[in-house]
Design a binder for this molecule. Structure first.
Ligand code: ADP
Ligand code: MG
Length: 390
């Protein structure tokens, strides 16, 4: 399912109301009954609502469910994408959406621009997608669940990522500046750098190695384990100084939906795995092996600085949410890049197969730079009847 922003300008204010109503209705209805959509949108049942419904269905933002017992619609991933973009546009966070720069297993990454022309990254979480590609058992499992659950879980993943990024950024960790979050999307600073995975050689492997290992230790001293700390999730910026001076490498850490607390029952396993990923990569790619054993979680935790894990739980991403998300990720086989690395070895290829779990989704293979402003207003408007911005 690709983001296709081409149609966003044709969505009228009334259509937005109806789309929002469908979203609200899907909190407790897998298929939202048409009269309920009309009721929530406060549009008298009649031509208005039906006109909007068919307009939205035509561009794949809502979909009629085959063989349903009653007349109703479900929100599609495309619909959720539009609602999130609409929120980011109205808040003047995003002005336009450009190229897709990344297709993760659980997310799509787009470059976008703020109204002042600043380049940003829009990360759209698409949890459960991987399971449609690979494990049959998971596919059956998902089929038997409401479509609402992957939507809800993708929202949770975005909220988790955003909340942790805010906390980490506040404490001075090298993470992109988190800018906004709505539904299953996070908007953040764009880092002008390549993942470590794409870097063939570095001037000082030992220096970069200890910087990264120290980061894992420092995270633990703040109560956290990244959980997917590897060459895909470390962006390395090359800073060229004066002629003759060596290039300096500045690492930035990304991708936080799997972050966990040092109090997690499997904390040690994930800490060791993060360390092992870095060790393996440095040895294979840069032929660098550290003489020192460890680091170890217990050792690292002897000097705790702060408990960001506890802070985050209290401020935005509750323990209950963390449990729900973790359970779902386990059930559908979401385990970041680290597992793929373990399975395929260092040079393992990414799974190229892509089966679309959504029907009725419009596809646009050559998504050009698109303006995402409202149809009816020259500037992103700030008034909307019902927008449960998250
Ligand atoms: P996933 O969970 O799908 O692995 P990531 O957050 O790791 O998603 O992003 C996937 C890829 O997108 C990264 O490897 C990187 O190349 C690119 N990317 C993600 N966030 C940024 C950013 N803030 N700046 C620049 N590139 C980014
Ligand atoms: Mg990643």
């Amino acid at each position: 399912m690709k983001l296709n922003v081409k149609n966003i300008r044709y969505v009228s204010p009334e259509d937005w109301r109806v789309l929002t109503a469908t979203e609200m209705g899907s909190r407790n209805h897998e298929i939202v009954p048409t009269p309920l959509i009309a009721q929530i949108a406060s549009i008298r049942s009649g031509t208005g609502v039906h006109k909007s419904i068919s307009a939205l269905a035509k561009i794949g933002l809502i979909a009629k469910v085959k063989n349903a017992k009653y007349d109703g619609y479900r929100l599609t991933y495309g619909g959720l994408d539009y609602l999130a973009l609409h929120t980011h546009t109205k808040s003047s966070t995003i002005y336009s959406v450009g190229n897709q720069i990344g297709v993760g297993k659980e997310s799509d990454i787009y470059v976008c621009a703020s109204p002042s022309g600043r380049n940003l990254v829009l990360k759209i979480h698409r949890l459960g997608r991987i399971s449609f590609r690979t494990v049959k058992a998971n596919r059956d499992y998902l089929r038997n669940r409401s479509s609402g659950s992957w939507m809800y879980m993708s929202r949770l993943a975005a909220l988790k990522e955003y909340t942790f990024m805010q906390a980490l950024r506040r404490e001075g960790f090298p993470v992109p500046e988190p800018i906004a979050q709505s539904r299953h999307t996070v908007v953040m600073e764009m880092i002008d750098a390549f993942p470590l995975r794409q870097i063939a050689s570095v001037p000082d492997p030992a220096g970069l190695y200890s910087e990264l290992i120290n980061m894992i230790v420092k995270l633990a001293q703040y109560g956290l384990i990244h959980g997917d700390f590897n060459e895909f999730n470390i962006l390395v910026e090359e800073k060229h100084g004066e002629e003759g001076t060596p290039v300096t490498l500045i690492p930035t850490i990304i991708d936080f939906p799997q972050m966990l607390s040092v109090s997690h029952v499997n904390a040690e396993y994930y800490f060791d795995r993060d360390v092992a990923c870095i060790k393996r990569f440095f040895s294979r790619r840069f032929a660098f092996t550290s003489d020192e054993p460890g680091p170890f979680l217990k050792e690292s935790m002897k000097t705790m600085t702060k408990r960001l894990d506890v802070e985050v739980e209290a401020t935005g991403f509750s323990k209950k949410m963390a449990k729900e998300l973790e359970k779902y990720m386990k059930e559908v086989g979401v385990d970041g890049d680290a597992t793929a690395l373990e399975r395929d070895g260092d040079e393992g290829e990414e799974d190229a197969e892509d089966v679309d779990p959504e029907e009725n989704e419009p596809e646009d293979p050559d998504a050009p730079e698109e303006n995402v402003k409202d149809a009816d207003t020259a500037k992103p408007s700030t008034t909307s009847p019902a927008d449960p911005s998250t």
